[in-house]
Design a protein. Structure first.
Ligand SMILES: NC(=O)c1ccc[n+]([C@@H]2O[C@H](COP(=O)([O-])OP(=O)(O)OC[C@H]3O[C@@H](n4cnc5c(N)ncnc54)[C@H](OP(=O)(O)O)[C@@H]3O)[C@@H](O)[C@H]2O)c1
Length: 335
């Protein structure tokens, strides 16, 4: 049997319990050995349900467990940086949920601590390692759609529950941090460039004080990207790529199904058809792929899929989008 990285899970967060832990347990290089919760009973219950050997009643106890190599951090957004720093100081590698930080200053701190403790840290953009995104990038780089000039993205769902972490401003809530980060990450990934300017429009919920409808245009050296992220609209997601010869759409770009193949749709100009050709991607669980890619980077001492330097680019764009909405002007992402 191949060597596996021993993972500890920080909290009983929904995304961990429902998706990431079961997916990592299916991995070749990942083994989930412990979970911690602020409430010991919750930790024990989830450990029982998911067959995790050890349950801790505090995050500190998890970090003190010397048998653990790496931590998965799916805490609310405002706790990503402080707890990721505590993990690094305990000598653990960290895969931290998006958005890993709320501003570029926090990212500088993460980079400094990572350098000091010589551990691996990455942002959990599971899309980055999904074969449908790797294939889309390959097709575009090979010139399948001609010269890529324009990207359009849309990501929405409806959730106005004031108790949800996404709707608590001090927790780093709002549409841009929660889902706007995905079209930004994937536009930067596909162009392979950083935007030089952004302009945006934001509608804040008057009671919750978080952004609920955010649109932005990103100016890249090779073209333009625009997207809308919304937390109080019907559920929808798409990413579309427009080239000089064809257009391309990733059908389910972010919440890719784990029980059926994904599709990349191509259209060579027949506007009466949704697509004129399809590239089908073999069924996979993107969270298994993500966990194994991170574990393998540790085992082989390679770069993790989304290192902090990449996160810095994304966070700078988010910062510039918030600023542009305030100033009403183009802003340059800086870091
Ligand atoms: N990559 C993806 O596909 C994806 C999908 C959804 C969410 N996410 C990210 O994952 C993170 C968690 O999202 P989620 O929806 O799973 O959150 P959630 O269910 O609300 O879980 C957050 C967990 O954090 C712990 N926690 C510690 N301090 C807390 C506090 N002050 N308030 C609330 N919870 C606290 C709690 O666990 P204990 O009580 O056990 O300590 C709680 O269960 C977010 O950063 C989100 O952006 C990523």
């Amino acid at each position: 049997m191949s060597k596996k990285i021993k993972w500890g899970i920080l909290s009983t967060a929904n995304i961990g319990v429902k998706k990431v832990i079961p997916a990592m347990q299916k991995g070749i290089y990942s083994e989930v050995v412990a979970i911690a919760s602020r409430n010991h009973e919750n930790a024990k219950r989830v450990a029982g349900e998911l067959n995790i050997p050890t349950a801790y009643g505090s995050y500190k106890d998890l970090l003190a467990d010397e048998s653990i190599d790496a931590i998965y951090n799916p805490l609310p957004n405002h706790l990503h940086v402080p707890l990721t720093i505590e993990c690094m100081e305990a000598g653990k590698h960290v895969l931290c949920e998006k958005p890993i930080a709320l501003n570029t200053e926090e990212l500088q701190r993460l980079i400094a601590v990572r350098e000091q403790h010589k551990v691996k840290v990455g942002e959990a953009f599971m899309v980055h390692t999904h074969p449908q995104w790797i294939t889309a990038k390959q097709l575009i780089n090979q010139g399948e759609i001609g010269d890529l000039k324009s990207i359009h993205g849309f990501f929405s769902y409806f959730n106005n529950d004031a108790k949800n972490i996404r709707n608590i401003a001090e927790y780093g809530g709002g549409a841009l941090f929660d889902i706007g980060c995905y079209p930004i990450h994937t536009s930067r990934f596909i162009f392979g460039e950083e935007p030089t300017g952004v302009i945006s429009l934001i509608d804040y919920d008057p009671d919750l004080k978080v952004d609920r409808l955010t649109s932005a245009i990103l100016k890249f050296p090779s073209g333009q990207a625009s997207f809308t992220a919304a937390t109080q609209l019907q559920r929808y997601q798409t990413m579309q790529f427009f080239g000089t010869k064809k257009s391309m759409e990733i059908e389910v770009p972010f919440n890719a199904p784990d029980d059926q193949p994904c599709r990349i749709l191509l259209n060579d100009g027949d506007i009466m058809k949704p697509y004129t050709a399809v590239t089908t991607i073999e069924t996979c669980d993107q969270y298994t792929v993500q966990g194994d890619a991170f574990s393998l980077a540790i085992l082989e001492d390679n770069e993790v899929p989304v290192p902090l330097e990449d996160s810095m680019g994304n966070t700078a764009v988010i910062e510039a989008i918030f600023k542009s909405a305030r100033t009403g002007q183009w802003e340059r992402p800086t870091f």
